[in-house]
Write a protein that binds this ligand. Structure first.
Ligand SMILES: Nc1ncnc2c1ncn2[C@@H]1O[C@H](COP(=O)(O)OP(=O)(O)OP(=O)(O)O)[C@@H](O)[C@H]1O
Length: 232
């Protein structure tokens, strides 16, 4: 779906991405893991066309229609909008509107009760609000979804539920995922493959079903050693 070729990005004097190369296969879930400031979100923004790289190129096929879900569900919704209005945001620039029937179907697809349509963000739990954000992101039926640390502000039970929900949505809608996280356990549960990024460079490119700790960088080994097994 995407081929990322020699992408570099500098902000002022700071090199944030340094000659990045990888591809994202249609229908896959590619994880990106790395510490804060390693360049994960910048890379996603460049793929989505929100940011420009200083050099390199991105080849696309199958006309990707992209959408994104962010970590901070509170600041990514307008507190004065009802859930129904939030779900309608992707249709602002189109003559279409999400009618009540489709809004209900959308809510069901993220396993929310229909009575929240008239509620405001402050009346919802964090897990419910993140589900609303996921519903908004898939309302336009994208074929590529960036999930940027979407578990980070949730408690462990909500994290597990959202991971399971994402698996179902992926199967049902055949969406390609780019899943950015600090959480290696969630990568093993959701992704086929993942990249480990440090200081703007790809240290490892690992197939989930076929990895050998001895073949990975010392940094990635350290990450593996820190895993606390959690069943998703
Ligand atoms: N618009 C910008 N202008 C200047 N510097 C920026 C900008 N966006 C990001 N940066 C810097 O680029 C570096 C990488 O940021 P980025 O958000 O891509 O990292 P990240 O790996 O996603 O971090 P986190 O896990 O904390 O979200 C950081 O040092 C950040 O301060």
């Amino acid at each position: 779906m995407f081929k990322i070729i020699n992408i570099s990005k500098t902000y002022k004097d700071k090199k944030v991405l340094d000659n990045i190369n990888f591809d994202i296969k249609k229908g896959s879930c590619l994880g990106i893991i790395g510490e804060s400031g390693s360049g994960k979100s910048t890379l996603a923004k460049i793929i989505l066309g929100i940011e420009k790289a200083n050099s390199g190129e991105i080849l696309k096929n199958n006309k990707p229609t992209a959408s994104i879900v962010f970590q901070d569900y509170n600041s990514s919704v307008n507190p004065k909008f009802t859930v129904y209005e939030i779900l309608n945001e992707p249709f602002w620039n189109s003559y279409k509107k999400l009618d009540m029937k489709n809004a209900i179907l959308l809510l069901k697809s993220v396993e929310l009760e229909i009575n929240i349509l008239k509620k405001y963000p402050h009346e919802l739990s964090g897990g419910q609000l993140q589900r609303v954000c996921i519903a908004r992101a898939i309302a336009n039926k994208p074929n590529f979804l960036v999930l940027d640390e979407i578990l980070s502000s949730l408690d462990i039970l909500n994290q597990i539920e959202i991971i399971n929900l994402l698996k179902k949505i992926k199967e049902r809608n055949n969406i390609t995922y780019l899943f950015i996280t600090h959480n290696l356990e969630s990568i093993f549960s959701l992704c086929d493959r993942f990249l480990v990024i440090k200081d703007g460079k790809i240290l490892d490119d690992i197939l989930v079903n076929n990895f050998l700790q001895k073949d990975v960088s010392p940094y990635t080994k350290q990450l593996f050693n820190a895993i606390i097994p959690i069943k998703f």
